[in-house]
Design a protein. Structure first.
Length: 229
């Protein structure tokens, strides 16, 4: 496939119920419990490792920062990408991007990209572990780097890449009652993906709906599997 089809994921039907699994218990969503889970992980298997094959291009390494903000209730820091970007324009994503030659490892890529995209300094993030790599339809092999972040940071979004920064409660995302599986027919095959719609306040306090889907939702689903194992 040389070009990806254009479609509105929110208009696609929900094709499978996925809310029959229990939410991650609240006691596992504390900073101490998360540190311990990554220090001594259980036996588990990721549910999703790749999108269906998409663009025919050489795979590229990338990292994202799954930043858990240390509020009274932990939240996940997410961005909405600007509409003019070449890949995943307008989508909800973690701060992150392609690895550069000067990056020592996946952790360095995630921290550098987070600083460039939203102004989060590396010293403001306590990295506690990694999640399994996920390959996107655009052939980025993405390593999710999980970190605890103090809420005292000052956001400085890069207007060339980030249209908006917002936070979603971790407990909401770790509850399968809020996970959907949707699908679309592409070249005779059904492409399925997870979505996690969330309604919350934007940076100005106005209520709005955020549609989390695709690779971001897949990595969050793997995070759920890791924490619920």
């Amino acid at each position: 496939m040389s070009r990806l089809p254009v479609f509105d994921p929110e208009e696609l039907p929900v094709i499978a119920a996925v809310g029959d699994l229990p939410p991650v218990p609240a006691e596992r969503l504390t900073p101490a419990a998360l540190r311990e889970r990554f220090r001594a992980p259980p036996a588990w298997q990721p549910e999703l490792l790749a999108d269906r094959p998409g663009l025919q291009r050489t795979p590229a390494r990338a990292s994202v920062l799954v930043a858990l903000v240390l509020r009274d209730e932990l939240t996940v820091l997410l961005t909405r990408r600007t509409d003019h970007l070449r890949h995943h324009a307008g989508q909800i994503s973690f701060p992150g991007g392609r690895a550069e030659p000067g990056d020592a490892d996946a952790l360095a890529t995630a921290l550098r990209e987070a600083q460039e995209e939203v102004g989060l300094a590396p010293g403001e993030a306590e990295v506690i572990g990694l999640l399994p790599q996920y390959t996107t339809v655009t052939q980025f092999v993405v390593t999710p780097v999980v970190a605890l972040v103090t809420p005292a940071f000052t956001l400085r979004p890069d207007p060339g890449e980030v249209d908006e920064v917002f936070e979603v409660p971790l407990a909401f995302l770790m509850n399968p009652a809020h996970h959907e599986r949707r699908g679309i027919e592409i070249e005779g095959a059904t492409r399925e993906f997870f979505s996690m719609p969330w309604s919350g306040a934007d940076a100005l306090g106005a209520s709005r709906r955020y549609f989390i889907w695709g690779a971001t939702a897949a990595m969050l689903r793997n995070f759920y599997r890791f924490l619920s194992a």
